[in-house]
Design a protein around this ligand. Structure first.
Ligand code: ADP
Ligand code: MG
Length: 685
């Protein structure tokens, strides 16, 4: 029999084409992939909670009798059942259901179910609980239950059953040990432990992500990342680039026409960039700078520098809205000094697109701005000298390289700048960005009004809603961000829909819009535009609004369940307000009870607007003993590693990566393939 990395998922019982297609969408093709799709948290399902004792936000096992089960007609049709025990009653709501499920649940009698308690339309509710009938006398769980990320379309129960099958095969067919780590766990023990923790596992350690079995794998994952980045860097360094002449008159013209002076930090970074661009090796530089620190103008200066050398620049942003914003701003700077711009996005179609493509091809347009539409096949540059990628964490290295490829002629490559507002403590950035040089804009332009932040329990929700009403009355706009950490994006989006419904009925005078990740990009862009032009007063959103949207009239942001988000992400979200001249506010709502650590973290948000300070404090507070049980969601998407938590490993990771790359290159490649299945993931940090 082949090893697990080569064996396809269809060899498992019950996996046909439909399921294997779904798995494939998660990047899971082989049995090894199943093993490395690791639980992102654990749930304690070893006890039953009386229904009368549930609290919103808790995840509980409940047992009781189904007393009714009917279709409910609201903004969206749903199936609503009531479960009752001797202490109380709770709603179970399903937005996706079949006739058969309706029938079965109605007649289910006694069931045991599990899910998170929500404040639903009919009182406490669970959306899409997992449940089993109790007539089959199902045994209670004896150990922690692993929860897997992003199993969209595959229930957790079904996914767990697949994992169990693979673990059985692992016995006679162990994974290869690719690196030697001083750990009590070898790779196979560690994998076994995490998918199926024994009954008396140390829950606290597991929930905090610092169990030795987790550390063992985190080390391996960090090593795989580090290696993949070094491979990219080595490839790029084999190439040559056109070294630019020193900046001349056009560059100076742009400087003097800006209408403001660069901050000292901008000057320093712009200087580092020009130095890079004058070298005959392709630059690969990351510009890190807090939200609003003025990265765009540094990119525009670099584009002017390229134009002086008769070379084109491509500037890519992750969303239509952001790209359009760049197009407008950068054109306003560059067109007056004689540099022509072009605009390419998914919405530029037909003849308009053909015209723009032609202008790019013959070099009539010198600076081309757009979304990932920029690296499609039919885009041809006359002579591309510089690639700028904004908010790079939204793109993988793969996409970034595809754009760079457009400029490759023979052994010559364009220079690359990538920009990000994701603050990473300086101590970490060397490891995180092993493939790049890093510059930091650590200063904001003068005169910014910091956003005032308040922290409030969700018991004061009514007061918060009144505040939104007041803001709307005064003609200001607001964001209401619904955050839920869920294995399913669908559930997050449903929660946002429920909130939008609720706010619509409580705020009859406000024009309310909704954006979430399940909407297609055209629909999202439409709503965002309506908000931008002021036709929507209150935008209810999931965290999809995170990146770079500039609506200067929006001066209030409410963030629900803020205690559940990473500080980096909160900071990014908050950066959406405070962009205009009015005083801006952010309300961080939390659910009681709030632990001391969470309290401290929210306090950091209250006292500071500095992304780097926030990141460093976050690290200090969470330390090694983070007890949230959920991984920091946001930019740093690893399967199991957490850069902040695991940073003490980094020096060893660096050593081991170098060793593997130079002495055991085949193992290095196997390691990368094991962890970085989907090449899009490479470098998404
Ligand atoms: P970010 O780094 O978040 O991408 P932007 O580049 O969008 O920030 O800059 C935010 C705003 O600040 C823009 O309106 C920009 O024109 C302005 N800006 C940039 N640099 C300066 C400066 N040195 N002085 C004053 N305003 C500036
Ligand atoms: Mg920006």
């Amino acid at each position: 029999m082949d090893g697990l990395p080569e064996t396809g998922v269809t060899t498992l019982k019950g996996v046909g084409t439909a399921l294997s297609n779904k798995l494939s969408r998660l990047g899971i093709e082989s049995l090894q992939d199943i093993l490395f799709h690791l639980p992102f948290r654990y749930e304690d399902r070893t006890r039953v909670t009386p229904i009368g004792a549930v609290r919103t936000g808790d995840s509980c096992v409940l047992e009781g009798e189904i007393i009714t089960c009917d279709v409910a007609y609201g903004r969206r049709r749903s199936l609503l059942a009531y479960l009752e025990d001797s202490t109380g009653r709770i709603g179970l709501r399903f937005y996706h259901f079949s006739k058969a499920q309706h029938h079965n649940l109605k007649n289910a009698g006694r069931i045991r179910c599990f899910g998170e308690i929500r404040n639903g339309a009919s009182g406490p509710e669970i959306y899409h609980p997992e449940y089993t009938r109790l007539d089959s006398a199902a045994a209670m769980e004896e150990a922690l239950t692993p929860i897997y990320p992003a199993t969209e379309g595959i229930s957790q129960t079904r996914y767990r059953a697949l994992v169990v099958q693979v673990l059985e095969k692992l016995d006679g067919n162990p994974l290869e040990e690719l690196l030697s780590v001083a750990s009590k766990y070898n790779i196979n023990d560690a994998i076994n432990y995490l998918h199926s923790p024994p009954p008396h596992a140390n829950t606290d350690l597991l929930m905090a992500g610092v169990h030795p079995a987790q550390s063992r794998l985190a080390f391996e994952e960090l090593t795989a990342h580090q290696i993949s980045l070094r491979i990219v860097r080595a490839e790029i360094q084999k190439q040559m680039a056109t070294g630019f002449q020193p900046p001349g008159t056009i560059y100076q013209q742009l400087m003097s026409s800006l209408g403001f002076n660069l901050t000292r930090a901008q000057q320093r970074v712009a200087g580092e960039v020009t130095d890079d661009l004058m070298k005959a090796q392709p630059a690969l530089r990351l510009i890190q700078g807090d939200v609003g620190s003025g990265k765009t103008v540094v990119a525009a200066l670099a584009a002017a520098h390229a134009a002086e050398n008769n070379l084109q620049t491509a500037i890519m942003a992750p969303t239509e809205l952001l790209a359009e914003q760049h197009f407008v701003n950068i054109s306003n700077w560059l067109n007056p000094i004689g540099i022509k711009t072009a605009w390419l996005s998914g919405r530029v179609t037909g003849n308009r697109r053909l015209e723009e493509l032609e202008r790019v091809r013959i070099g009539d347009a010198t600076v081309v701005i757009g979304t990932h539409a920029l690296f499609q096949k039919d885009v041809e540059f006359k002579q591309l000298g510089l690639v700028v990628v904004d908010e790079q964490h939204r793109f993988g290295v793969h996409q970034r390289l595809a754009l760079r490829e457009k400029g490759v002629t023979g052994d010559h490559s364009p220079h690359q700048l990538v920009m990000t507002a994701t603050p990473i403590p300086r101590t970490l950035s060397m490891s995180v960005y092993a493939d790049m040089d890093v510059s930091v804009i650590d200063e904001l332009p003068p005169g910014r009004k910091p956003v005032t932040t308040t922290v409030m329990s969700d018991e004061k929700r009514e007061a918060v809603i009144n505040r939104v009403a007041d803001a709307v009355q005064e003609g200001r706009q607001a964001y209401w961000v619904c955050t839920l950490i869920e294995e399913s994006e669908a559930l997050q989006c449903q929660a946002a829909e429920v909130t939008a419904d609720e706010l619509t009925s409580l705020l009859p005078d406000a024009r309310i819009g909704l954006v979430h990740g399940r909407m297609n990009s055209a629909a999202k862009a439409t709503v965002m535009n309506e908000f931008k032009v002021g036709n929507i007063d209150l935008l209810v959103a999931t965290t999809v609004i995170e990146v770079g949207v500039d609506v200067s009239n929006a001066s209030l942001m409410i963030i629900e369940n803020s205690e559940r988000l990473g500080l980096a992400q909160l900071h990014q979200l908050r950066g959406r307000v405070g962009r205009g001249s009015t005083e801006s506010h952010c309300v961080l709502m939390y659910k009681k009870p709030l632990g001391t650590q969470s309290r401290d973290r929210l306090e950091v948000m209250r006292e500071s607007n500095d992304g780097f300070y926030i990141a460093e404090r976050d690290l200090e507070i969470r330390g090694p003993g983070e007890l949230l049980g959920v991984r920091q969601s946001g930019a740093l998407q690893f399967r199991i590693a957490d850069l902040l938590r695991d940073q003490t490993m980094l020096p060893d990771v660096r050593k081991v990566s170098l060793e593997l790359m130079t002495k055991q290159r085949n193992k290095a490649d196997l390691l990368v393939r094991r962890w970085i299945k989907d090449p899009e993931r490479i470098g998404q940090v």
